[in-house]
Ligand binder design. Sequence first.
Ligand SMILES: Cc1cc2nc3c(=O)[nH]c(=O)nc-3n(C[C@H](O)[C@H](O)[C@H](O)COP(=O)(O)OP(=O)(O)OC[C@H]3O[C@@H](n4cnc5c(N)ncnc54)[C@H](O)[C@@H]3O)c2cc1C
Ligand code: FES
Length: 299
Amino acid sequence: MKTVKIHRIEEECKDIKTFTFNLSNLQSNNSQSNNSQSNNSQSNNSQSNQEHIHPLPGQFVMVWIPGVDEIPMSVSDYDEKGNWSITVKKVGNATEALHNLAVGDYIGVRGPFGNSFSIPTHHKKALFLIGGGIGMAPLKLLAKEFLKHELSFSIIEGAKENAEILYEKDFESLSHHSSTIFYCTDDGSYGKKGFASDIFIEHLKNYSKEDLSDAYVYTCGPEKMMFEIFKICEQRLIPLEASLERMMRCGCGLCGLCALDPLGLLVCKDGPVFTSETLRKLEDFGSYKRDFTGNKLKI
Ligand SMILES: Cc1cc2nc3c(=O)[nH]c(=O)nc-3n(C[C@H](O)[C@H](O)[C@H](O)COP(=O)(O)OP(=O)(O)OC[C@H]3O[C@@H](n4cnc5c(N)ncnc54)[C@H](O)[C@@H]3O)c2cc1C
Ligand code: FES
């Protein structure tokens, strides 16, 4: 674990803050960094050279809030100077304690862990990033990576209400890169009224059958939302990658708390990103998660 000083805190929207810290001297021989067991070929590049480790879109870190708890957080941004960001929604003890920290306070960071979203090797006719709420965090880093690769894409961002819309400023310049963003809210207070899955179906009508044969979807957010998006994609034979969230203790494949039935895949080590091919076989996807004692709960 590395102890780092928080050097920037940004209020994103209601109950959500982004924390930035510097990991420029994270060494590549740190054993934690080699936990990435990706299905995705690019994951082997999580270290750009012998000195620095770069997170890949979809990877997460275990964040220790001193005296409180250690929790998983997706990396939402990083730069070449080694500044990494996490975007945190206040939902309970640990996230509230994190929200109460100030610039100059210290946290512990382990990782990066897990696999990553794949990066298409050619321009796709329809490339969608579909996020709900705090699920936009890893998709922000993915969007940045797509821009670097000059890929055009569409984001569909869903939130409960206007006050929960995330990264609006960061996404403002997307149109200069022939990419687009569509917002929707459950109550219609911003963008279109409706769920991200409804907006996705509407958008698919703009594409020909031929276009859809070269479509690809990435999703992260509430599992019910991701399951709906998955079903829509399955009906149209569109491949998808979804980033799943489960309770985590070790974050690196040791405790088994994040296991998915019936394959026993671990979200922290084999995921968090899973492809349609794997999701089809996961009975837990869209149905069950575990609590901290390992008991299964209906999603
Ligand atoms: C791979 C991964 C990436 C994540 N990325 C982000 C992110 O970028 N931003 C963000 O705000 N949150 C993210 N989360 C969820 C975040 O870890 C939990 O919200 C956090 O652990 C809650 O801790 P708490 O003590 O504040 O809340 P608690 O009081 O412990 O619980 C509040 C809620 O959070 C859920 N939760 C609690 N602990 C965990 C845990 N260890 N793992 C998963 N869910 C948990 C519970 O289901 C409960 O509903 C991610 C989770 C995973 C597994
Ligand atoms: S959190 Fe321990 S095995 Fe995944």
